[in-house]
Design a protein around this ligand. Structure first.
Ligand code: AP5
Ligand code: MG
Length: 222
């Protein structure tokens, strides 16, 4: 099993890069934000609970988030690994993931931190559009769809995320960033942290992410 974690502030490009990497490596892209947004759309109990936190730009409580993520990793398509986007988000989640993987004789192979300055994060989130079917990500200035308002990949309508309003964007760049620091430190201690410059065109970032992933020595124990 290969587990790659993509780290970065809100708007850094985790979802964009995870989608490209998942395609190239043939592994599922598992994003807790997307799982929560799907639960909100379905009106499920997890969705109703998560929405209260998401609309304030706060993290959803760990017990709900960890359970949801581990259930997702138990699904058939994740047997050989996954690209994680938006999880773990704090030290407790990172430890819970380590524990769960250790039980299977696995571990996080690589954590790639996509570094982008705050001013650019705000600009990116303000111009973001996502598709209603699968959460494919666009940007009205840096990554527009071929036909305005329509997803290139699945043809579903594009919408703006509820948490991409100016006030929520500010909240998401405040407290959650301290938690991200815990995760970065966690993977630095484990010796699996790498950084890429996220302030480049999407394809250039993707090349750097792939180079980092390809540069990892193959594991012989899995
Ligand atoms: P989540 O959905 O994970 O949101 P986030 O971390 O705030 O990150 P974003 O999705 O906003 O940004 P991204 O890095 O994916 O960037 P993207 O590729 O879209 O979480 C949402 C909420 O759910 C959280 O606030 C929390 O409440 C809850 N939650 C989720 N996970 C949780 C957890 N583990 N624990 C607790 N709560 C949790 O790109 C952004 C924009 O920039 C797009 O428009 C894109 O087209 C554009 N772009 C991307 N790359 C580039 C580039 N290189 N150049 C120019 N433009 C670019
Ligand atoms: Mg995302």
């Amino acid at each position: 099993m290969t587990v790659v974690v993509l780290l970065g502030a809100p708007g850094a490009g985790k979802g964009t890069q995870a989608e490209l990497l998942a395609e190239r490596l043939g592994m599922p892209h598992v994003a807790t934000g997307d799982l929560f947004r799907a639960a909100v759309r379905d009106g499920s109990p997890i969705g109703l609970e998560a929405r209260r936190f998401m609309e304030r730009g706060q993290l959803v409580p760990d017990d709900i988030t960890i359970r949801m993520l581990l259930d997702r990793l138990d699904q058939q398509d994740a047997t050989n690994g996954a690209i994680l986007d938006g999880f773990p988000r704090n030290g407790a989640q990172a430890t819970a993931l380590d524990d769960a993987l250790r039980e299977r004789g696995d571990r996080v192979d690589l954590a790639v931190n996509i570094e982008v300055p705050v001013d650019e994060l705000i600009r990116r989130m303000s111009g973001r559009w996502v598709c209603t079917d699968a959460g494919h990500v666009y940007n009205e200035s840096t990554n527009p769809p071929r036909v305005p308002g329509v997803c290139d990949i699945d043809g579903s309508p594009l919408i703006q995320r509820e948490d991409d309003r100016a006030d929520t964007i500010r909240a998401r760049l405040d407290l959650p960033l301290a938690s991200l620091r815990e995760v970065i430190d966690h993977y630095a201690r484990a010796g699996v942290l790498r950084a890429v410059n996220g302030l480049q065109p999407i394809e250039a970032v993707a090349d750097d992410v792939l180079a980092v992933v390809a540069g990892e020595p193959k594991r012989t124990d899995a």
